[in-house]
Design a protein around this ligand. Structure first.
Ligand SMILES: C[S@@+](CC[C@H](N)C(=O)[O-])C[C@H]1O[C@@H](n2cnc3c(N)ncnc32)[C@H](O)[C@@H]1O
Length: 204
């Protein structure tokens, strides 16, 4: 995409995010893990959404320019949440909440989502062990029985001083391989960024 097109897209977004949606404006990142998220992972999640008996609901945590178009990529009713008021502009219009991913029960009924996507929070703001525990606990609370938590995180020593897999509340979930097309493992590593598919345990 030319620099002029990018500039024009930014200008349209600044003037009217609503118009930008209508024009299909996107600001995607080109990294390998982003392509994987937007390609293989979203393809699987969309298949998962269509298997649900009720119209599917998805909660996307942490909003940014790069993920602003995601509600248009996902075949579910998408709710977004970010702790930073200034990030609300990248939330899903009419379905965005300013709040903490550590306190999801304050904002949503329990057992109300088929999928929670928590990409880029651990290592990018939720950097204490207790943040990780709270994120896992709160995601478990708002997921329906059999619901999925898709985590994308960086827990290398340069980001945080704990390991996500060793969190106490990790036991609220089981790692599951989607077994959808090329997705045959529960975990995929992209250098320091890890994706893991976690299924809610109903009786941990
Ligand atoms: C690296 S961005 C990732 C955005 C998005 N999830 C994505 O995949 O592109 C991290 C975002 O998480 C938000 N964030 C950090 N701590 C949070 C918390 N406790 N609750 C909700 N959002 C938080 C930040 O404000 C920031 O917008």
């Amino acid at each position: 995409m030319s620099r002029l097109t990018t500039k024009l897209q930014r200008l349209v977004f600044k003037i009217s995010p609503h118009l930008a949606i209508a024009l299909g404006v996107e600001f995607p990142l080109k990294s390998a893990n982003r392509k994987f998220l937007e390609g293989e992972i979203f393809d699987y999640l969309n298949a998962f959404f269509t298997q649900q008996e009720q119209p599917a609901k998805c909660l996307f945590l942490g909003t940014d320019k790069r993920s602003w178009h995601y509600p248009r990529c996902l075949a579910a009713k998408v709710f977004t949440l970010d702790i930073e008021p200034k990030k609300a502009v990248y939330g899903n219009r009419g379905h965005h909440t300013i709040g903490s991913a550590a306190e999801l029960e304050k904002h949503y009924p329990s057992a109300s989502f088929d999928v929670v996507i928590a990409n880029g929070l651990i290592g990018f703001g939720m950097n204490q062990e207790q943040d990780c525990e709270a994120l896992l606990r709160a995601s478990h609370a708002v997921l329906k029985a059999g619901g999925l938590l898709l985590m994308g995180y960086n827990d290398g020593a340069e980001f945080v001083n704990f390991k996500v897999r060793e969190a106490k509340h990790y036991q609220l979930f089981e790692e599951v391989a989607p077994n959808h097309k090329a997705l045959t493992r529960a975990q995929y590593d992209f250098d320091d960024h890890i994706f893991v598919f976690l299924k809610k345990r109903n009786h941990p």
